[in-house]
Design a binder for this molecule. Structure first.
Ligand code: SF4
Ligand code: SF4
Length: 383
């Protein structure tokens, strides 16, 4: 069996020339972009446009990486468009704040339709036999090139190439998946099905400045100086988790990705080209590196769930009472809400309703929500 190949290349900064050189080096190691996208074939770029944040917050794919990739395909004769469905805000407003809109306008790269929902059947899916996708993806007229950002993630531990394609599901339909699939494992199976359904040709990860800690929105930037490129999103994620000093098996997408034939996370089945993990791995990368339990608590253990499973907690002093967490909480009745409708104080949690999707933590614009394991959970874990 041939190995999956991942190009891992040092990229010292977001200087346009430096990024273009690193990208060219990485693609040359894989045999060139034409191996994955035919010259002249239309290309749809899918950056990470999670929330309206400026590039220096490291929430979104950096405009310099976006620019280098767009130019590369344009130089090969491709018409390039881009898009994502953010968790908060419209695609256009998030692209503007993230610095992508200006670059795109300069290059003549237009925003594709990531708003109109289109149902697509996927009979081969293990978890999902159909998806509602953004029209730009569902139309399947462009080669999909995935541009994830190297970040931590509360639910999936790392938000990599496989997770980034969740943005192909438009708008609030994403929240429905959290309600239907509250456990990280079926959620991961759905993400793997989604990847198999939309079939990205290539993933190019921006790990020049990564996000460690309380990701995917509230963590802290950390220079890793890496670009990762592969046509196997599972293998790319395995290499990036190793850069985070995390076991590649920890993100639940790894195991299902391999079982479903999307790719592999096993070190012996991956060939890393270019630089080594050891050369680029930061001395310390803050992340929750513990595996997510697959078992759903039952009976008395279910009752104890709220005292065992890590839960979101609001740092009251940071909270500006913007209401994003309340608005985005997908369960009904809300698990985080204003106490007696009083918006002059931070919202409060009702933990026995909370499905631990961590959308509130993911989307709080003030980094006011942390994920904390209750005392009982910490004791059990130590035991
Ligand atoms: S999203 Fe954050 S800042 Fe806004 S109300 Fe919730 S905790 Fe407060
Ligand atoms: S309170 Fe937060 S973690 Fe709990 S269900 Fe609502 S959004 Fe998800």
């Amino acid at each position: 069996m041939s190995k999956s190949r991942v190009a891992l290349v040092r990229c010292e900064s977001y200087d346009a020339e430096v990024v273009e050189k690193a990208l060219a080096r990485g693609l040359a190691l894989l045999g060139g972009a034409a191996v994955f996208v035919r010259p002249g074939e239309p290309v749809l770029l899918k950056p990470n446009l999670l929330t309206p944040d400026p590039p220096e917050r490291c929430v979104t794919t950096h405009p310099a990486v976006f620019q280098a990739v767009a130019r590369l395909f344009q130089a090969a004769g491709s018409a390039v468009v881009y898009g994502d469905s953010p968790a908060v805000g419209s695609p256009a407003s998030v692209a503007k704040k993230a610095g992508l809109e200006a670059v795109a306008a300069e290059l003549g790269v237009t925003l594709a339709d990531f708003v109109t929902p289109v149902e697509v059947s996927f009979p081969a899916g293990r978890q999902n036999k159909k998806f509602i996708l953004a029209k730009a993806v569902a139309d399947n007229t462009h080669a999909l090139v995935n541009l994830p950002k190297m970040k931590t993630h509360g639910l999936m531990r790392a938000t990599g190439a496989v997770k980034n394609l969740f943005g192909c599901v438009p708008g609030l339909l994403k929240a429905e998946f959290h309600v239907k699939l509250p456990n990280a494992h079926p959620f991961a199976r759905m993400l793997v099905d989604l990847n198999l359904c939309v079939r990205p040709r290539l993933s190019i990860m921006d790990g020049v400045m990564a996000m460690q800690g309380n990701g995917p929105r509230s963590g802290t930037p950390l220079p890793v100086h890496a670009l990762l490129i592969s046509n196997d999103p599972v293998a790319l994620d395995a290499v990036v988790t190793r850069l985070m000093d995390m076991d590649p098996q920890v993100p639940p997408t790894a195991q299902y990705g391999r079982e479903s034939g999307l790719g592999t996370y096993l070190q012996e089945e991956i060939e890393i080209l270019g630089d080594t993990v050891e050369a680029l791995r930061p001395r310390r990368f803050k992340a929750n590196k513990l595996a997510v339990s697959e078992k759903e608590p039952k009976g008395s253990v279910k009752f104890l769930k709220q005292w065992l499973v890590p839960r979101p907690v609001i740092a009251r002093r940071r909270c500006t009472r913007c209401g994003t967490c309340v608005k985005m909480c997908p369960v009904s009745p809300k698990a985080v809400d204003w106490k007696a409708g009083d918006k002059s104080r931070p919202p409060v949690y009702t933990y026995d309703r909370c499905i631990r999707c961590y959308c509130c933590q993911e989307l709080c614009p003030e980094r006011a929500i942390k994920i904390r394991t209750p005392l009982l959970g910490r004791i059990v874990r130590r035991g």
